[in-house]
Design a protein around this ligand. Structure first.
Ligand SMILES: [Fe+2]
Ligand SMILES: [Fe+2]
Ligand SMILES: [Fe+2]
Ligand SMILES: [Fe+2]
Length: 423
């Protein structure tokens, strides 16, 4: 399987519903405007500025829940969390998340730390940081454009605003020139990516880079549903380990991606149903089941057809009793079977609002019954049993594991950024 940068940019746009609508629109505004500014200002790696612009606020959207998690692990006082949103921590969290994308040039990645600092052209990263900062301001004006009538008010007031701000002269001049370009202004204001006007981004990514992008998308589920995020991180770990054990390393990595994305459609499931602390009614169950269709659609819309097939069958059962299509064993490949078992197992060993986490041995007994009833794959079940018995990290969900998966070697830096708020 080959993935391109374009796939992931499209997928990022696909999450722009519900709580994410404004966040995604703002991110797309900043990506497009920063890209043009960087290109016109002669920054050689202006492609990277698009990606950094797109992700400049990911630390913001994940900040609160991440800090709560970090706090609950290490520190005591949750009351201080309430004041954190006023503090400029999110550029640093964004930075440590974007840093995982290894092909981006260092100065573009560093720049994200400065997108709320004063305008400056002292260093290249401060200069790119200023480009993102200005694009950020411009985006909030673009938000005021709800129909074409609004251009008459918004563009002149944006123009005046830019003229008043103290910033490097070349950034000011080029940004005003871009705003003068009536041929593309609609394309800067809307929520589309306009690959034909900007960049196509059809470059192939390595599997490792693809995983890092997927992880960012998976992490963004945090803000809406921390339990869903924890779930998909655990499923990705179980799927990867099973895949590696049965098929080999590369397949393990593909399954890791599948694990991160398998429930993406839950971003569209109403929270009243997704987080209901009790059994769902029949009609609520149907609305819940829709998440699988949404997952398939979101992946297909991002041209991830293979991942849609891989992720879209995790609720199917070998005897045809699953959903959404009632597929039977001859249609379910080894990837589908691995994700189905990993998903079922993970759900059992995770805590739910209406029950405690089950001990892994009990979870395995429940799975065994499903195997005996012809619903889950026998061989994969025994592989999981072997792995779980010898690997503690598969026995229960660990929040530190999730943080390590997200931040890797940078976790200690994240702790030090957040620690000062709790001391
Ligand atoms: Fe920001
Ligand atoms: Fe922003
Ligand atoms: Fe699911
Ligand atoms: Fe799931």
């Amino acid at each position: 399987m080959r993935f391109t940068l374009k796939n992931f940019i499209l997928l990022f746009k696909e999450i722009g519903y519900n709580e994410y609508r404004d966040f995604v629109l703002h991110s797309i505004h900043v990506a497009k405007f920063s890209y043009l500014l960087a290109k016109e200002l002669g920054i050689p790696n202006y492609d990277d500025v698009f990606i950094v612009g797109l992700f400049h606020d990911i630390g913001f959207i994940t900040l609160n829940e991440l800090l709560k998690l970090i706090n609950s692990l290490n520190y005591g006082d949750l009351t201080k969390i309430e004041h954190l949103e006023n503090i400029d921590t999110h550029p640093k969290i964004s930075y440590y998340l974007i840093k995982n994308i290894t092909f981006l040039e260092k100065d573009a990645v560093e720049a994200v730390k400065y997108h709320h600092s004063e305008f400056s052209d002292k260093t290249k990263e401060r200069f790119i940081g200023s480009i993102i900062k200005l694009s950020d301001i411009i985006s909030w004006y673009f938000f005021k454009i709800k129909n074409f009538e609004d251009y008459a008010e918004v563009i002149p007031s944006l123009w005046q605003k830019i003229e008043k701000i103290k910033m490097p002269e070349n950034i000011k001049k080029v940004s005003l020139n871009i705003l003068k370009n009536y041929k593309i202004i609609d394309k800067l204001v809307d929520n589309k990516l306009h690959f034909e006007t900007f960049k196509d981004f059809s470059v192939n990514l390595s599997l490792r880079e693809s995983i890092n992008f997927t992880k960012i998308i998976a992490l963004l589920q945090e803000i809406r549903s921390p339990t869903t995020k924890d779930h998909v991180f655990f499923v990705s770990k179980v799927s990867q380990k099973l895949g590696e054990y049965i098929l080999g390393k590369a397949d393990g990595m593909i399954l890791k991606m599948g694990g991160y994305l398998h429930d993406l459609g839950k971003l569209k499931t109403p929270l009243k149903i997704l987080h209901k602390p009790g059994p769902l009614s029949e009609i609520e169950q149907l609305i819940m089941k829709k998440h699988i269709i949404d997952t398939i659609d979101m992946l297909n819309n991002s041209n991830f057809e293979n991942l849609a097939i891989l992720c879209g069958a995790h609720h199917e059962r070998l005897d045809g009793s699953g959903y959404p299509f009632g597929l039977t064993d001859e249609y379910l490949n080894v990837y589908n079977r691995i994700i189905a078992i990993a998903d079922y197992y993970s759900a059992l060993v995770e805590p739910r609002p209406y029950r405690e986490a089950l001990p892994y041995k009990k979870a395995l007994l429940i799975l065994k019954k499903e195997v005996d009833n012809g619903k889950l794959d026998n061989k994969i079940f025994y592989n999981l049993k072997n792995l779980a018995e010898s690997d503690e990290s598969l026995q229960k969900i660990s929040y530190i594991d999730v943080l390590e998966d997200i931040f890797g070697d940078n976790l200690k830096n994240i702790f030090s950024i957040t620690k000062k708020f709790f001391d």
